[in-house]
Design a protein around this ligand. Sequence first.
Ligand code: SAM
Ligand code: SF4
Length: 321
Amino acid sequence: MLIDGFNREVDYLRISVTERCNFRCQYCMPDKPFSWKPKENLLSFEDMFLFVKAGIDEGIKKIRITGGEPLLREDLDKFIKMIHDYDSSVDLALTTNAYLLPKVAQKLKDAGLKRVNISLDSLKPEVAKQIAQKDVLKDVLEGIDKAIEVGLKVKINMVPLKGINDNEIVDILEFCKQRDIEVRYIEYMENAIAKDDLKGLYGREILTQIERKHIVSKIGRIGSSPSFSYKTKDGYKFGMIDPHKHDFCETCNRIRLTAEGFLIPCLYFEDAMSIKEAVKNKDIQKAVEILKIVLKNKPEKNKWSEDDTETSSRAFYETGG
Ligand code: SAM
Ligand code: SF4
C-alpha cells in the first residue's frame, strides 16, 4: 500500500502520454505555433510499463491515461494491453477529446480499456470550433457514439465559459441523459496559458441553470472523486467539479506521471522527480524509491489560486488535467 506523508492512501496513477494535441482549446493551449518538447525526450511505453508494473505491485489500483491528446500517441492500445495483461483488475480509463476515437475505440476496448471520459463543450459546430480552434464537432460526436457502441463506459466533461457555451449547459445534460451517460461540469481553472479574457462559471451558477429546468437533489462526493454528484428528479445523475469552492486535497489519492517521466506529487507543486534514468537502466528498485520520496513530499494542500494565475499556473496539457 502506498501512503503519503499525510496518511492518505495513494492508489490512483494518472499518466500523461503526450503533451501534444490536435485541438487548441482556449482554456488549455490556445496559442499557435507551439514549441513541443522533442519526441526523443518521451518515455517509451516499454519504460513506462516498467514503472506501471512496480506501481501496481505497490498498490496502484486505478490508472487514467491522458495528455495532451493521448490518441495521438502511436501504439496506445499496446500499452493498454500490457497493463491489462499484467493485472486485469486495474481500473483502466482514458481521457480524450474523442476526435480520433471512431477509428480506435474497438481496438482500445479489446486491449482492456474500461472507461473513457470525453470532452464535449458544445453541441453547436461553430461554438465547438471557436473553443477548440478547429472544426471538430462531427468527429467528436462520432467518437462518443463509437465508444458507447463498443461498450466503453462513457462520461462527458464540459467546461462552461461565459458568453461562449454557457447557454448549452442544459442541452449537454439532455444529450447525455438521452444516451444514459454521465456529464461532469468542470469549473474553468484560471491559468497563465489560457486565453486572457476567458471567464468560467462557478459551480453554483451552473447548477442554477440546471435548476431552471430540473428539480435537482444532492447525492454527494463518492470516495476520493473530485466530482460532487447530483441527480434530477427523474433519477439522472450528473457531477460537478468545483475547485473554486473545494480543494479536494483531504482525500487526494492520486499521483501523476508526465510523458517525459516526471512524477508529480501534486498539481501546482514543483517538487517533481524524474524516474526516466531509473527505468531506462531497468532499475525498478530505484524507481520505487523515487516514487516513495515523491509521496513523502506530496503536500497537504495544493497552492492553486484563482487570482494568482502566474504563480499557481500549470499547463493542463502537460500534467493531464
Ligand atoms: N485532450 C484530452 C481532453 O481534452 O479530454 C485530455 C487532456 S485535457 C488536459 C483533460 C481535461 O482537462 C479536459 O476535460 C479539459 O476540459 C480539462 N481542462 C483543460 N484545461 C482546463 C482548465 N483551464 N480548466 C478546467 N479544465 C481544464
Ligand atoms: Fe487538447 Fe484536451 Fe487541452 Fe483541449 S483540453 S487543447 S483537447 S489537451
